[in-house]
Design a protein around this ligand. Sequence first.
Ligand SMILES: NC(=O)c1ccc[n+]([C@@H]2O[C@H](COP(=O)([O-])OP(=O)(O)OC[C@H]3O[C@@H](n4cnc5c(N)ncnc54)[C@H](O)[C@@H]3O)[C@@H](O)[C@H]2O)c1
Length: 140
Amino acid sequence: MADKTGKKGIGIIGYGGFGEFIRQAWDGMDNARVAAICDADSSRNPGDGIAFYTNIDEMLADANVDIVSIATPPSSHKEIAIQTLRAGKHALIEKPLALSMKDAEEIKRVADGRQSLRLSEIRKRRNWHYLAFDFQTQRA
Ligand SMILES: NC(=O)c1ccc[n+]([C@@H]2O[C@H](COP(=O)([O-])OP(=O)(O)OC[C@H]3O[C@@H](n4cnc5c(N)ncnc54)[C@H](O)[C@@H]3O)[C@@H](O)[C@H]2O)c1
């Protein structure tokens, strides 16, 4: 849910090296704020007052989270992306979207069944292989 200033709430799943990096990026945006962080490893809790979860379902139940930024290892992307979409949250997945076309298509199928949700993937444009994997939907 957007806060009083209209900023969308971001929930980061996976707070390793890249999770920390994207938190800074989200915090630098005018229209978003990091509302919660989830990492299976409790030692990754930044301990600065932000809501922290070790359980993904608990973070997905947090009404302050509108968009989930997934920065876990690639082998977990499919499961977490589908879990996120089924919980009614938008999903932004770090590259690679999934480990196989089959898994990527499965994620897309779940997103397609939820017309109000947006699924986006961060991808490398310098590598032409990634250009074939256009799973970003245009629905808002
Ligand atoms: N867009 C880019 O340029 C870019 C750059 C670097 C990494 N990445 C991507 O970011 C992702 C993370 O990379 P990283 O280097 O930060 O990895 P990392 O191993 O440093 O961090 C991953 C974190 O996810 C947590 N985690 C793992 N499974 C989890 C689960 N089921 N629930 C909750 N937390 C879980 C781990 O405890 C760990 O803290 C990868 O997909 C990687 O490819 C993208």
